[in-house]
Design a protein around this ligand. Structure first.
Ligand SMILES: C[S@@+](CC[C@H](N)C(=O)[O-])C[C@H]1O[C@@H](n2cnc3c(N)ncnc32)[C@H](O)[C@@H]1O
Length: 248
């Protein structure tokens, strides 16, 4: 049902662990919601354990990685949620909207099934600092245009959207695309890249060239001459945002 994550999702939980500081921001954004539908839930990384949760996930490979005792999961897509109107206090969608085939249909479904609010975690690169990996090495992996269109769709489909900034910590536990901004060597590790869809979808020739340049710049000290100060920063705003749309 989700060809991409059935292909790349094996071993996802090994590097895509819950980052507690993202979890805390999401928990706060969910507010007083007692019931939550987590759409594009994957292995359940950011599901609250103190509320009633239903996970929606199209990939059987991802569902199979849910820990024992995790919330129940339905194999379905955001674009067609098999649930009645207003059946959950909140709808949650973490790092998933860029995969939906019909984004606006999915957003309308979130709005239909949620009573109080919708909480979305995603990256909006233009609202943060430039990221050296896409600026200098792999420009075709820059999700700026796609994600800006997603933000426009969110603001078009959902009213009163509040944006909460999140500075990505240098030791981010969730190995998402920009997680290794201060640990550039990690991008040379195929196991790390395997669980990041930007790499899985990249054109192989260009990827190989960009990574070869990164490897050479790390070996020669060029990367550290240009970006070494990043290694001493605790966190960096690379455009990660929690978007909260109040419905009631
Ligand atoms: C990067 S993973 C994020 C998983 C989880 N939310 C997390 O933060 O760990 C993206 C997830 O979106 C799911 N997905 C892809 N297309 C989808 C769709 N149309 N509707 C709902 N989920 C979808 C994928 O199968 C995958 O599990």
């Amino acid at each position: 049902m989700s060809a991409l994550y059935d292909r790349i999702g094996t071993g996802y939980s090994a590097t895509r662990r819950t980052e507690p500081r993202i979890e805390a921001l999401i928990r706060g954004a969910l507010g007083d919601a007692r019931s939550v539908i987590n759409v594009g839930a994957g292995a359940g990384a950011y599901e609250p354990t103190d509320r009633e949760v239903l996970a929606i996930e199209p990939s059987a490979t991802m569902i199979a990685q849910r820990r024992p005792g995790a919330a129940p999961a339905l194999q379905a897509r955001a674009e067609g949620l098999p649930l009645p109107d207003q059946s959950f206090d909140a709808a949650l969608a973490v790092n998933t909207l860029h995969h939906w085939t019909d984004l606006r249909a999915g957003l309308r479904e979130l709005r239909r099934v949620a009573r109080k609010r919708i909480v979305i975690f995603m990256r909006d690169p233009p609202s943060g600092e430039p990221f050296w990996l896409t600026e200098d090495y792999l420009p075709s992996l820059d999700p700026s245009r796609k994600n800006s269109a997603i933000i426009d769709a969110i603001r078009g489909e959902l009213s009163s959207v509040e944006s909460l900034p999140f500075q990505l910590p240098r030791d981010c536990a969730d190995g998402l695309f920009a997680a290794y901004w201060a640990r550039p060597e990690m991008y040379l590790d195929a196991e790390i890249r395997r669980n990041i869809s930007n790499f899985a979808l990249a054109e192989e020739g260009e990827l190989a060239k960009g990574l070869a340049r990164l490897r050479a710049d790390l070996a020669s000290g060029e990367w550290d001459r240009k970006y070494g100060d990043l290694r001493r920063l605790e966190s960096l705003d690379l455009g990660h945002r929690v978007l909260v749309a109040e419905l009631a």
